[in-house]
Ligand binder design. Structure first.
Ligand SMILES: NC(=O)c1ccc[n+]([C@@H]2O[C@H](COP(=O)([O-])OP(=O)(O)OC[C@H]3O[C@@H](n4cnc5c(N)ncnc54)[C@H](OP(=O)(O)O)[C@@H]3O)[C@@H](O)[C@H]2O)c1
Length: 289
């Protein structure tokens, strides 16, 4: 299978490039060829590509900055995926698109199911919701994969921030009332391959959830990072109200991932295994004596 990957440098795109299974040839289009702020150019790139399936792993991911630059985020996360999905649909190419739990209101304590009502609480969430709607309306074979709390050995992410702070400080404060499932980018990459291949073989279109298990808080995740990295830094839990950010974050990022397993046999990854793999790759995994 020839897989066209939109995005080359992000966490998920990097893992897709590294983890292609046998029989899958990945061609990645970076910002130089497919700039998502120019949806028509991205659509044209898909229209002319030699490909059997498309995965979109590029997005505006600066959640706080989207509050002040919503129009730019809307084009990149909303209009570009819609235009690309239409170009893919015109050729009958499967389109795998990555989205977020931020399309929900984040209230309650129940895991969100894919069909639950959406009500994004910030500009990033609104832009990603628009992208989802555009991909569905394009009408081609597609899967929208909502994920959360992505981490890997590259790019900017929570694990790398905690490692840095854990080496610099004796104690840090981390929010403890946002609950979710940290998700290794490597596991998302593997899911994307399975979905692209499944769709190409006639698998069902739909929207599914995919995040790591078991659920934890950011503070719980930070504690695990410190422990696995052998760092003595204390993690002091605080409420979100004590850590104000421009964009409101959902307190409940729990997602019910059952439909992905039913439709495509893809199980939730255990983020603790993924964390150890990432720390090992970074040379930061603590080896007990
Ligand atoms: N990170 C998370 O915690 C998280 C949570 C939920 C959902 N998601 C979703 O998961 C997907 C992958 O996220 P990630 O963590 O891998 O993202 P990431 O590491 O932040 O990388 C974003 C990627 O998008 C590219 N990009 C941004 N603006 C672009 C533009 N105008 N034109 C072309 N490319 C552009 C970046 O390219 P440059 O390097 O050139 O900027 C980069 O390759 C996204 O759809 C995201 O919304 C992420």
């Amino acid at each position: 299978m020839r897989l066209l990957l939109i995005g080359r440098t992000g966490q998920v795109a990097t893992e897709i490039l590294r983890r292609a299974p046998e029989g899958v040839a990945v061609t990645a289009l970076g910002r130089d060829v497919a700039d998502l702020s120019d949806p028509a150019a991205c659509a044209a790139a898909i229209a002319r590509a030699e490909a059997d399936a498309v995965v979109n792993a590029a997005a505006w991911t600066a959640v706080d900055r989207a509050e002040s630059e919503e129009e730019a985020a809307r084009v990149i996360n909303g209009e570009a995926p819609a235009a690309m999905a239409r170009a893919a649909a015109a050729r009958g190419l499967p389109f795998v698109h990555i989205s977020t739990d931020y399309v929900f209101d984040g209230l309650g304590t129940k895991p969100f199911a894919p069909e639950d009502p959406v009500a994004p609480q910030n500009a990033y969430g609104r832009s990603k919701l628009l992208g989802e709607q555009g991909v569905r309306q394009a009408g081609g074979p597609h899967v929208i994969l909502r994920t959360a709390w992505v981490f890997s050995a590259h790019g900017a992410n929570f694990v790398k921030t905690m490692l840095r702070l854990g080496r610099e400080r004796e104690a840090i404060t981390v929010v403890a009332d946002q609950i979710g499932g940290p998700t290794p980018a490597a596991a998302i990459a593997d899911a994307c391959f399975a979905l692209a291949q499944g769709l190409a073989q006639g698998g069902p279109s739909g929207t599914h959830h995919f995040c790591g298990a078991p659920e934890t808080s950011w503070a719980g995740f930070a504690e695990a990072i410190m422990a696995e990295a052998g760092l003595a830094c204390r993690v002091n839990p605080i409420p979100s109200s004590a850590y104000p950010t421009p964009a409101t974050r959902p307190l409940n990022s729990r997602m019910d991932c059952g439909s992905l397993h039913s439709a495509y046999g893809i199980a939730q990854p255990d983020w603790r295994d993924g964390l150890r793999n990432v720390l090992r790759e970074l040379g930061a995994l603590h080896a007990p004596a």
